[in-house]
Design a protein around this ligand. Sequence first.
Ligand SMILES: [Zn+2]
Length: 94
Amino acid sequence: MELHCEGCGRVYRLGVDSAVVTSEAITADFRFVVILGKGDPGSKEDPDLVDAAPSGWKPSAALLSDIRRVEAALRRGAERFWKCRACGRVSQYV
Ligand SMILES: [Zn+2]
């Protein structure tokens, strides 16, 4: 899944060069771990945080399953939002 930030133009390829840090999961292998608020995960008020990963980074199985979970929720029609770590813009997954 690719995400494109309309705020700063960055493209994040989830699981390839980027990670999504949901408020539901802690990704211990991710350098920029941020635990978001306790509201509804992925909501506009409590979006998933997406950040570029350090070079040479390999996603853990836990993180990949996290990404798959987000993708599955989107396929079921969930409205979910993500936040670009670089510029802070909140966008809806498309
Ligand atoms: Zn951005």
